[in-house]
Design a protein around this ligand. Structure first.
Ligand code: TYD
Length: 198
């Protein structure tokens, strides 16, 4: 299965991705993990450019994230799924829908279309959106990157965007209250995967 974690920085995505990996591996499954942007040489280059580079237009930003994603799907995610491994990704398409499509105002449909081309239509089996008060999330981030430095209005728009995505894609996207202790949240997430874990 292909599972992704989404949310604002500081929402605990990486912790939950790690807890799920441990749990699936303990059950004897092969698990491949990745993070976005990154996971391939090109992806790491894009990460540096987008997070620490100069200002860029919103479409340039969206296209760079999509390029990194195309590479990650072809080289890492699709081969792993083909050999029967589980894939857990810290951020994927929904980050672009929330940040570039909705918060930056490029349009959800347009950014979805770009990303469906880039990934050859590969959507996760399930996506967990970790919801936490945006300012509380920001408080947990030690060194904000170029996008995190946008400020409270932008963070509120991203938070709102994620809530909308959970409403729009009910079959795939599950909103999770990330204010609970990590182990409790992990338990809830595992429960939501029962139909996929055989
Ligand atoms: P992330 O890797 O979660 O940051 P960190 O390493 O600090 O935990 O994400 C980096 C930033 O990139 C984050 O602010 C969200 C943003 N982002 C987008 O705007 N669109 C995207 O498609 C992706 C993958 C990330």
């Amino acid at each position: 299965m292909f599972v992704t974690f989404e949310g604002l920085d500081g929402s605990g995505k990486s912790t939950q991705a790690e807890l799920l990996r441990e749990r699936l591996e303990a059950a004897g499954r092969e698990v491949v993990t990745a993070r976005e942007p990154g996971g391939t040489p090109l992806g790491e280059g894009v990460r540096e450019l987008v997070l620490n580079g100069t200002e860029m237009t919103a479409w340039a930003e969206a296209a760079l994230f999509a390029a990194a994603r195309a590479e990650l799907v072809d080289r890492v995610i699709a081969p792993a799924l083909e050999r029967g491994a589980d894939v857990i990704c810290d951020r994927y398409i929904d980050s672009s829908l929330a940040y570039q499509g909705i918060a930056r105002g490029l349009g959800l449909e347009r950014v979805l279309e770009l990303n469906l081309q880039a990934t050859r239509g590969l959507l996760p089996d399930r996506t967990f959106v970790l919801l936490l008060d945006p300012e509380e999330s920001a408080g947990r981030v030690a060194e904000p990157d170029r996008i995190e430095r946008e400020g409270p209005d932008f963070r509120a728009r991203v938070d709102e965007a994620y809530r909308r995505l959970a409403e729009l894609f009910r079959e795939r996207v599950v909103a999770v209250d990330a204010a609970a202790p990590a182990q409790e949240t992990a338990e809830l997430i595992h429960g939501q995967l029962r139909d996929l874990v055989r």
